[in-house]
Write a protein that binds this ligand. Sequence first.
Ligand code: GLA
Ligand code: ZN
Length: 677
Amino acid sequence: MSMPVTAKLPFGGDYNPEQWPEEVWESDYRLFDAARIDTVTLGVFDWALTQPASDMYDFSLLDRIVDRATAAGRNICLATGTGAYPAWLARAFPEVNRTDFEGRRHRFGQRHNACPSSPVFRRLSTELARRVARRYARSPSVVAWHVGNEYGGACYCSRCAEGFREWLRAKYTTLDALNAAWYTTFWSHTFTGFDEIDPPSALTEHWRGPDHTAFQGITLDYLRFMSDAMLTNFRDEKAAIRESSPDIPVTTNFMGMYRPIDYHRWAPHLDFVSWDNYPPDDTSQARMALTHDLMRGLKDGQPFWLMEQTPSHTACRDVNPLKRPGVMRLWSWQAVAHGADAVLFFQLRASRGACEKYHGAVIGHAGRSDTRVFGEVAELGAELDRLGDAVLGARTPARVALLFDWDSWWALEISDGPSRLVRYQQVVLAYHRALWDAGVDVNVVAVTADLSGYSVVIAPALHLLKGDIAARLEEVAARGGSVVATFLSGRVDADDNAFGMDVPGPLGPLMGVRVDEWDAREPEFVNPVLLRAGAAETEVAARLLFELVIPQGAEVVGTYQTDFYAGTPAVTRNPFGAGAGWYVAAGLDQAGVSWVMRQVLDSHDLVGPYPDVPDLETAVRVTPAGTRLLFLLNHRAEPVEVTARGGGVDLLTGNRVDPGRPIRLDPRGVMVLREDA
Ligand code: GLA
Ligand code: ZN
């Protein structure tokens, strides 16, 4: 089982009619018709409604909500409703409330805050999921199950401590193995009983917050344990759903590049991936592209659902900018271009009270259909109707892979030294940005992914090496591919202990370099790097981190220009088998990263159709029948004109495009070109 079965790409979003009188529902559905909204996500925060007391379940209102949607012929994505637990539950069983990093047991309030190890929470959330599924599994309109909501955060209570100890026993079996992994001889930390181990928190190993730990080993394992503990909650509910619903796919909404949860460990347990896209600002297009690629990569390139996005603005930020005209449409198409097989909003109608009353919605408090936002949603709905099933199931034909690794992210950012200023996402973003600018399709994948189909594999800040990844990267190069690694890669093993060998550890033979020393500086400090390709030279800036490279067979591509290591290599290329290993030893600016990546892409003839048109994004999906769809997305507020490279038909207008003829995209314009066979 994989994706929900739908006739066309689902369009709609979170809908909470339990918050307003039933008369309003009728006008909601009239507006849904007008906007061609065919999918509603129901019941995400209904626990207090469906189980008003420990011994009482009441589905009468949810029945009416589901019946209304079914009568209107809508697809339903039905939530189990466990994203927020009721007040009576917190009162009767304080253990469901989390204990925070400072050791404070919380009381009832907010949401997404159940202790994942609480037996009461596990029992009651599972029971609710069981009852919801049993009641609605035969409804013809339910196309997907939505478990919980945006799993995340962490708990440090005594039950989590006990769960952690069990997790450790299962992982290490013996204390000797644990002591070795955590390097406990340092600072007299040798554990002589599992019961001596507490969660790493402000009361134990940490100072200045969750990233400052005396022992990386215990902190890294606690991050893994917490991610697994919440996964257990998801799996409990999914198993309960399966008792009565064998065929309807189950998901939970992810949050993109969200550090606390290792989505690679979760993804095999979801039938399909869905995620909520709330970019920080309106210059986030490259970042969103990366996140979509990451989400698509979680299940081997299978399409995902865009479960939430705001039609207009958020409410949770200090400053909540409005999406400019055309931006909601453009970003929706961007999601589709990168693999989304659904476009859903948070939310269809605005709440009148509480902290999201000013959050954007398709229908505002006044219930009007003549607003700009409603109009743009309705236009997009009509466009998606015309598109029908044309993209459903289509895959991204990428020959470039970028490795994304939660363990490396965690290990890098909980490390003391070399620099707190090097942030994993920033490094990954820079390398992905270079690919995005070049218009090349990329799969963002786990280090365990099959790399045999890729010509180029990029490993930005792959700090922690586990399994056979080094050997598999060597295979990529041996058969003619290019592998790119950066500073702070190959530093530690799966336990976060340094390799007893030259940096970059097991990547050394492939990179053909050795790093004996490294320098970290404040962000103002720039060491220029001179890059050379044949006779062409270009100078770029390097910041934050500077590794001193001693070539062990690699050719020098770029050199530092100042300081005592002026003239030594900052970028190298090592011929390896029929391919090469590229090593970027410093925090190059975007121009530098893009220069290096362009050399690599050019050597495989992999640049997209319009690489040098700023902010003109291209992406390809190939349908199950083999049809190529080329998406062109103009992220500029000005029109853009390019010359068609191939012929085809724009699925949004029906217009023909002929090779060599101009293609004109409006400001923030979109084209979905079905290329001629
Ligand atoms: C998240 C949640 C929603 C809502 C939105 C608001 O994505 O899943 O319930 O709070 O944020 O942006
Ligand atoms: Zn807990």
